[in-house]
Design a protein around this ligand. Structure first.
Ligand SMILES: NC(=O)c1ccc[n+]([C@@H]2O[C@H](COP(=O)([O-])OP(=O)(O)OC[C@H]3O[C@@H](n4cnc5c(N)ncnc54)[C@H](OP(=O)(O)O)[C@@H]3O)[C@@H](O)[C@H]2O)c1
Length: 253
């Protein structure tokens, strides 16, 4: 299959592009700055460039950058550009469709609604926080709070499965995570410290992210990891410890 991957120089898109290539698919890596064979130029702020980047492909992996209030327009322009693409897989965020009030979740919900209303064949993946490996685990959450996390490689495995088994994923929204653990548990795996960042400090850094951590603390995500593993065993879901120990050296090409 020929698949256009947006955000291909980033975490999610990079993992998706690599796995698609490993599976023998023809990957069109969409970036604002093409540098290597297989790259095509596409800018969310220039819809015509996206239409060009998506022409003739069988599928589009759609991510949207953290662009604040510009995110819905960027995502909607991308959906429009993909109107004639047989299958669009959009990566959103866990429970973004629940009216959380978290700005960068609600912007994604707008894109989800537009996609579902205007495209005949879509899949929405709702990843939890991405597993990360660097530095202390410094978060504005209480130490006993369990967080859902997902390996970027598992997001990619779900996306690739969706392209390869389109009917199984037709017009479905699936929240995804591979583990549920506390900040101190994450820090122990990493061999670092857990630092509980005061919410007032988080607010100064980003009101949007602070709103997310407040939601995670006060409401929490609704995501059943056991059910997900049972339905999609072929993804080979990683716990945080498995991912951390087995992670490859950074491959953000
Ligand atoms: N981090 C988490 O824990 C988490 C969890 C759930 C959801 N998310 C969501 O994931 C998204 C970010 O994904 P990521 O972390 O994989 O990305 P990333 O590593 O931050 O990379 C950003 C990507 O966006 C592309 N990009 C930015 N502006 C663009 C534009 N105007 N036109 C075309 N491409 C543009 C960049 O491509 P070029 O620079 O090459 O053009 C790059 O590939 C955000 O929407 C975030 O809310 C994150």
């Amino acid at each position: 299959m020929k698949i256009a991957v947006t955000g291909a120089t980033g975490v999610q898109g990079g993992a998706v592009a690599r796995l698609l290539a490993e599976h023998g698919h023809d990957v069109r890596r969409v970036t604002r700055n093409p540098t290597r064979p297989g790259d095509v130029r596409g800018d969310f702020d220039e819809p015509a460039s996206l239409a060009e980047a998506f022409s003739g492909v069988d599928g589009v992996f759609l991510m949207t950058p953290l662009s604040g209030p510009a995110e819905p327009a960027q995502g909607i322009a991308a959906v429009e550009a993909a109107r004639h693409v047989p299958h669009v897989v959009f990566t959103s965020a866990t429970n973004a469709d629940r009216g959380t009030g978290i700005p960068h979740f609600d912007t994604k919900a707008e894109i989800e609604r537009y996609l579902a209303a205007h495209h005949p064949h879509w899949t929405v993946l709702g990843p939890a926080a991405f597993m990360g490996a660097e530095g202390d685990v410094a978060l504005p959450i209480p130490p006993a709070l369990k967080l859902h996390v997902v390996a970027p490689e598992d997001i990619a495995a779900m996306a690739v499965l969706a392209f390869e088994q389109p009917e199984r994923f037709r017009n479905r929204r699936i929240d995804i995570a591979g583990d549920l653990l506390t900040g101190p548990e994450m820090a122990a795996v990493r061999g670092t410290a857990f630092v509980e960042v005061p919410m007032s400090q988080a607010e100064v850094y980003s009101r949007d992210l602070a709103a997310m951590f407040r939601y995670l603390t006060e409401v929490g995500l609704d995501l059943d990891i056991a059910a997900l593993r049972a339905e999609f065993p072929e993804v080979g879901w990683h716990t945080y410890a498995e991912w951390f120990r087995g992670r490859a050296l950074p491959k953000r090409t």
